[in-house]
Structures are given as structure tokens and as C-alpha cells.
Design a protein around this ligand. Structure first.
Ligand SMILES: [Zn+2]
Length: 274
């Protein structure tokens, strides 16, 4: 997804003009039911008109982030960069401002799965791009609520009050970013860990010998990891096996799976194939 630029040059934060060396990314959401970028950004032709003159490109707002994710005037999700990435933002009220690149996601009523899936994908893409540009790792990403727990942000609940309603969390975001940042050697390592391949050294020697083999390995590693992440609880595995008619007494296996080493792992792995 393209990252469009619309610097909020009239915001006091921009005018202060301090810079940081980014050490992480903090994810925010706006806390108000208005998914339109035009609530926060002035119109550039695509954002759409800000009807009440309350966008953030003016003095006295008291806050500023590095980017916004939300809807343009056509109802499409867009990413807008609003500050230079290395400028010090005013987003979390504490020391996280000195270290973290920040972005706001415009909230809707928090219930629409279609909007959610689009903003989630955009958030992953933005984090991947920033990790690449500033050599950041997936575990340097937190949301405002995690920042508060770490003592680097004020006490807010975003985005943990929203994402779990749609089966996502900062953990899934970090996993998705980690997978997207994976190179071929890391993919080979991961495939070996998952038991998909059993001779990583062979693949490490050969992955450059055929065009696109590196990309194939990364793609396989991402798919296999996701597949595994889907089923990690014995309960889920038993439920799936029982529904498929592979077993007929899930309760028995739930009670007794711990009695034989690796039986739980066998059940979990098997459930991935039904
Ligand atoms: Zn926040």
C-alpha cells in the first residue's frame, strides 16, 4: 500500500521541530467513532473536506503522530504520513515520544470486520516498511496500552479495546510483521523448527541455486507458521478432530493426553490436516 505524504506543518509539534532516533513503533487508535481521515487531516483532494475546521494541521491541537490510517473520501483505506519519521511526535504523553514512531488508526464503531481487516493489513504494512527503513525488529512494536504498562506512555487502552473483538492483537501484528521481514535463511530455520524440512543445512546451501526458491521458502515458512498458530491448544485440536469424525471421545483424550509424552503434540499436529 502506498504511503502518501501530508505533513502537518502548522501543528505545534511540527513547528517545535525536534528529532529522535527511532527505537520502536507505537500503534494508536483515535478513540472516537469516525473512520474518515478528513476528521484529522486537511483536504489534499483525496482525503476529503474537513467540515468543522478541527483537523490537526493547526496550532493548539497539542498532539501529533507520524501517520494516520483511515478512509479517504472514496471510502478506501489509506496510509498518510503526517510528520517526518524521525521527528519527535506528541502521541503518548511520556518518554515514548523520544523513542517511538507513532501512528493513529481512525476508529469506526469497532464492529465492522471489513474495515478492521483493511486497517489491520495497512498497519502491518506500515510497520514492515518502518522496520526495514529504521532497522527495527518486530518486538520493538507496541500499542499505547502496552506502552502504558512499560511506563513509557500515559494510561490508555488503545488498541487492545478493539483488535481482540476481531481475533487480532498486538501479538498477531508482531507475528505478521516478523514473518514479512523473514529472509530465506530464517525461513529455512523456521521450516526446520516446524518439522516441515529435516535438513536445513542442505537448503541453506541450495536456496540460491534456483530463481525464486528463496521466495518460495519464505512463503512456505509463513504459511506453515500461520497454520500452526491456528491450532495451538489441545482443546481446539480435539474439537476439530471430533467434528471431522477422526475421534469420538474428545473428553477421554483431553484427560489422558498428558500421560504419554508427545501425545498432545501428535493430536495438535494431526488436527492441522483435517
Ligand atoms: Zn493512543
Amino acid at each position: 500500500m502506498e504511503i502518501r505524504k501530508l505533513y502537518l506543518t502548522k501543528n505545534d509539534c511540527y513547528k517545535r521541530g525536534k528529532y529522535i532516533k527511532p527505537k520502536g513503533i507505537m500503534v494508536h487508535s483515535t478513540g472516537a467513532n469516525n473512520p474518515n481521515l478528513s476528521r484529522y487531516l486537511p483536504d489534499d483532494g483525496l482525503v476529503g473536506p474537513n467540515r468543522y475546521g478541527n483537523h490537526w494541521n493547526r496550532p493548539g491541537v497539542g498532539a501529533c503522530v507520524h501517520a494516520f490510517i483511515g478512509l479517504d473520501k472514496n471510502g478506501e483505506v489509506q496510509i498518510y504520513q503526517t510528520l517526518p519519521w524521525t521527528m519527535r511526535g506528541w502521541h503518548c504523553g511520556r518518554s515514548g515520544n523520544d523513542t517511538h514512531i507513532s501512528f493513529e488508526i481512525c476508529e469506526d464503531g469497532l464492529k465492522d470486520p471489513v474495515y478492521f481487516s483493511k486497517i489491520y493489513t495497512a498497519a502491518v504494512e506500515l510497520c514492515v516498511a518502518l522496520c526495514k527503513e529504521y532497522n527495527l525488529t518486530y518486538d520493538s512494536i507496541c500499542d499505547h496500552s502496552e506502552g502504558a504498562k512499560l511506563g513509557i506512555a500515559s494510561n490508555h487502552g488503545d488498541v487492545s479495546h478493539w483488535w481482540p473483538k476481531h481475533g487480532k492483537s498486538m501479538d498477531t501484528l508482531r507475528t505478521d510483521v516478523r514473518l514479512r521481514l523473514m529472509n530465506a535463511p530464517q525461513a529455512i530455520e523456521q521450516l526446520a523448527r516446524l518439522g516441515v524440512i529435516n535438513s536445513p543445512s542442505y537448503w541453506l546451501q541450495r536456496y540460491r541455486d534456483l530463481q525464486y526458491l528463496d521466495k518460495l521458502l519464505v512463503s512456505l515458512a509463513i504459511h506453515a507458521t500461520k497454520k500452526q498458530a491456528e491450532i495451538k491448544a489441545l482443546d481446539t485440536a480435539l474439537e476439530r478432530l471430533s467434528k471431522a469424525g477422526v475421534i469420538d471421545s474428545p473428553d477421554y483424550w483431553r484427560k489422558n493426553a498428558g500421560k504419554i509424552a508427545y501425545l498432545d503434540k501428535l493430536i495438535i499436529s494431526a488436527a492441522e490436516y483435517v
